[in-house]
Ligand binder design. Sequence first.
Ligand code: HGY
Ligand code: MN
Ligand code: MN
Ligand code: MN
Length: 422
Amino acid sequence: AEIRLNDKFGHTPLQGQQVWDWAEALAQHSEVEGALTVTYLTEPHRACAKQLADWMREDCGFDRVEIDAVGNVVGVYEGLTADAPRLLTGSHYDTVRNGGKYDGRLGILVPMAVVKALKASGTRLPFALEVVGFSEEEGQRYKATFLGSSALTGSFDAGWLDQQDAQGTPMREAMRRAGLCVEDIPTLRRDGSRYLGFVEVHIEQGPVLNGLDLPLGVVSSINGSVRFMGEAIGQACHAGTTPMGQRQDAAAAVAELILALEKRAAQVPDVVGTVGLLEVPQGSINVVPGRCRFSLDIRATTNAARDACVADIREHIARISEARGVQIVLEETMRASAAPSHPQWQAQWEAAVSALGLPVHRMPSGAGHDAMMLHTVMPQAMLFVRGLNAGISHNPLESITADDADLAVQAFHHLLTAVASP
Ligand code: HGY
Ligand code: MN
Ligand code: MN
Ligand code: MN
């Protein structure tokens, strides 16, 4: 059946194609040696920020567009009155290394297409629409996950400024080179009472919607997560002459820990655990590893399940340490609470999906999102969009269709219609 939008806000057909085209064009600014990699304040990152700001100003007709003190791209489409409340929306434009074109970006481009249609039809809402392209969510160049959205919620960690990247460049210096004014960061904090809430559109980054053959899903809760950087310290020694029973092999200790994590996480349906970074610093093929560095990423739908897994892993660490004579130290680098969707905003997304004639599928988010930060200062809820290739993400195969993007635009229009005329 022809699914058409409530044309009160003048939804023009093929806005999904506009979103798709923008994502393709943005990806052109994002290639580093052929891989789509946009890490904080690197040249591709600055190019993407400028491109988003230019589109907001020239293509969409936002009333105000700025790049703020941490590199967020902020566009405001004013409401009917200057003192109107605001609806906040958006997502991140940075990517993981060798990432995809839609993780984060879809949640910026969909509301941009909506504002473009509102402007074209001369429509003003009884609230302002503030669309933010968050500058840093993935924490790739610096271990500063959710940096962009943290700045808006007053939880920017000043300690991040002195963190150095792999080349030894402190974040403070990277910001100075990008022309950002560190002193202004505290002014970015939003007063939650001025906002109706935060809504975020994001690709699902998983196989569920594909499995159900559904284009859209409504997020019920975002899993809580915690991340660590760890190091095992044993004893480097000769690979040829040291008997197996007399080694303090740091890499073997971490290998045992990885398998213990995999087994423990698999025991509980809603817990996942991953070691994504693993290295033997100054390792050699003929030296028993004396040191081994690794990361831990543990998530669950509840903080309690997440923390129970962390406690078990700490017990494994003590056991492995003792048995192998290898010291293992952990440093927590990120902790984000599970963020249940606000019932009213979740209901708004559900009504919007129903209005399109689609079944409503509620689902938890295994991935972390900027909405977890906004959750601390205002009501939030998310809409998921089906990904192709079984929803693969954090991978160049990440992809969506223009039709599904168009349904997301229509759902967004419906949500605005409902919020504007309760
Ligand atoms: O890791 C995540 O969940 C997200 O991609 N930052
Ligand atoms: Mn991501
Ligand atoms: Mn994301
Ligand atoms: Mn599990």
